[in-house]
Write a protein that binds this ligand. Structure first.
Ligand code: AMP
Length: 176
């Protein structure tokens, strides 16, 4: 399946969650077993046989791709969640949104010192979420092996914010 065919499986929802935003809805890709498999195959190809101990997925769509990829790569999975969702003691990072701020949490014992962690989310926009997730891994004295996502909104320059990490995206959008 070509990159263009994969992009056609993603539904663009205009003005969601607010006016002016084009929301890239991956639910239409997920329900297509061929497209879902293809995206995972590209990620497996990229990260197979690399020294990765854990995949950390970002709530909520990062759980879908991160969980499946962890199974395919035979590595463990760590959830990074919105505040108040994880039951045991957590560490927290705060990051800026267009208006206000948001927080992301990880269990304090999720990553052991020295473990190599691959961060996975569905989409990189400004890169703020994944940058905060990377800080959580480093707070736990883990090592960020890299950052992988399905969609990169390249015109928002998330990659800049994620320097010097190795960033890989399956599909890139150069404009809205
Ligand atoms: P950011 O922190 O700006 O890189 O935003 C990334 C997070 O927000 C990801 O978890 C995405 O799921 C979500 N997100 C941001 N912009 C969009 C968009 N245009 N379409 C779908 N999800 C988005």
């Amino acid at each position: 399946m070509s990159f263009d065919s994969l992009k056609k499986k993603i539904r663009d929802v205009r003005d969601y969650p607010k006016p002016g935003i084009v929301f890239r809805d991956i639910t239409t890709l997920l329900k297509d077993r061929g497209a879902f498999r293809e995206v995972l195959n590209i990620l497996v190809e990229r990260y197979r046989d690399r020294p990765i101990d854990l995949i950390a997925g970002i709530e909520a769509r990062g759980f879908i791709f991160g969980g499946a990829l962890a199974s395919d790569l035979n590595v463990g999975f760590v959830p990074m969640r919105k505040p108040g969702k994880l039951p045991a003691p957590t560490m927290t990072e705060t990051y800026a949104l267009e208006y206000g701020e948001d927080k992301i949490q990880m269990h304090v014992d999720a990553v052991a010192p020295g473990q190599k962690v691959l961060l996975i989310d569905d989409l990189i926009a400004t890169g703020g979420t994944l940058a905060a997730a990377a800080r959580l891994v480093e707070k736990a004295k883990g090592e960020v092996f890299g950052i992988g996502c399905v969609i990169e909104l390249a015109f928002l320059n998330g990659r800049e914010k994620l320097k010097p990490y190795d960033v890989f995206s399956v599909l890139t959008y150069d404009s809205e």
